[in-house]
Design a protein around this ligand. Structure first.
Ligand code: MG
Length: 378
């Protein structure tokens, strides 16, 4: 029974057709190649830092808000359920999910925007590309290579989007952005599981913070429909539990739609291998048009009402100043960097120095960035 449920479909990624690791290694014992990838991610330094990095709310604002770590776990949970339903590779989906936000700066998107502005003249900064940089180069744990030496399929999944300019520098994993081909189904799936996770948990965090109300949320049909059902069925349920129950139902609804729509799409094309998936004219993992519209509208609602809320904005301005000040300081005074970074920073021109400074700042947790800023400006 369990075996039938976990059997891999022919269009799934599997070790037999993997494009392998950049540095050859002996096969793992007691676990598969994608499990090994997942385990390496879990053991990485960058992964442990995710617990102290902002999703929307700065880490020290409250202990109940999502952090990058709990967000990544929720993505993995949602993605694994869908992977099981579609017969695609669960360990791979888990590895990609747990790694997908490793490159995030402190202070969420505000931190990334600030660092990108600082890096304007030096090739820019993009958190998604940085996640790949973390697993390919920045983690220093293994004697025989830099980075985690993950399989091509995990790296393919981490790199969700990429400019042509960057794609040209990335070799094999950047190729699909130049050829305009697709990623494997596991990669496609994690991208959408990410969106399902944050749309829903940000409702919870937004409501808990008091920045959005049930009345406001009711403007969204996706929320209103489920909320009506819940409130009609459970009279006098307190708001907190209404929100939890609505979120639970919304996640289920989105997952159901994604599974049904994607299964139909896969059935239509019947790709016989992962390469047939990659060369298909479009992605096969997607929502139905009607649900995509609801989902996108919800995303926009959260952007307008939560991410751009005055209170969130004020906090963001504050944290963006911290990032900009740290960047300026390390550029003018590289000696303020830890020794290993200082050595690398002085190994080339200004562009090399800027990239090293960006790597260092991106690796910081929220509270470390705040403390470091205080130390350097005291
Ligand atoms: Mg994410």
């Amino acid at each position: 029974m369990a075996e039938a449920l976990t059997a891999l479909a022919p269009y799934a990624a599997n070790e037999g057709n993997s494009q392998g690791r950049r540095h050859k290694e002996a096969p793992p014992t007691h676990r598969g190649e994608y499990e090994r990838d997942r385990d390496r991610v879990i053991h990485s330094t960058a992964f442990r830092r995710l617990v102290y990095k902002t999703q929307v709310f700065v880490n020290h604002e409250g202990d109940l808000y999502r952090t990058r770590l709990t967000h990544s776990l929720e993505v993995a949970q949602i993605a694994r359920t869908i992977a099981g339903a579609l017969g695609i590779n669960e360990p791979l989906v888990e590895a990609i999910s747990l790694a997908h936000d490793l490159g995030h700066t402190p202070f969420g998107h505000a931190g990334q925007d600030a660092l990108n502005t600082c890096m304007r003249d030096f090739g820019g900064f993009e958190h998604n590309l940085q996640s790949l940089r973390v697993v390919d180069e920045l983690e220093e744990r293994y004697p025989e290579f830099l980075g985690l030496n993950l399989t091509f399929e995990t790296r393919e999944g981490i790199l969700k989007h990429c400019s042509s300019k960057n794609a040209r520098q990335l070799g094999d994993v950047g190729k699909r952005f130049l050829d305009r081909t697709q990623a494997g189904l596991e990669a496609q799936l994690v991208n959408l599981a990410d969106a399902i996770a944050y749309n829903n948990h940000d409702v919870d965090d937004g409501f808990r913070s008091g920045l959005i109300s049930i009345e406001q949320l009711r403007e969204q049909t996706l929320f209103a429909d489920h909320c009506d059902d819940v409130q009609n069925r459970y009279l006098d349920l307190d708001d907190r539990r209404v929100i939890y129950e609505v979120i639970r139902r919304m996640i289920g609804y989105l997952v159901d739609d994604l599974v049904t729509t994607s299964a139909a799409e896969i059935h239509t094309h019947m790709p016989d291998t992962i390469d047939a998936v990659r060369s298909a004219p479009r992605a096969m993992i997607h929502f139905s048009d009607a649900v995509l519209e609801q989902h996108s509208s919800f995303k926009k609602f959260l952007r307008d009402n939560l991410y751009r809320h005055d209170q969130v904005r004020a906090m963001n301005e504050n944290t963006q100043d911290i990032v900009a000040a740290l960047f300026a300081r390390y550029m003018s005074d590289p000696i303020a960097l830890p020794e290993s970074f200082a050595v690398r920073a002085s190994s080339g021109g200004e562009e090399v120095q800027a990239r090293v400074v960006a790597d260092y700042i991106a690796g910081m947790t929220d509270r470390f960035a705040i403390a470091e800023h205080e130390r350097l400006t005291a």
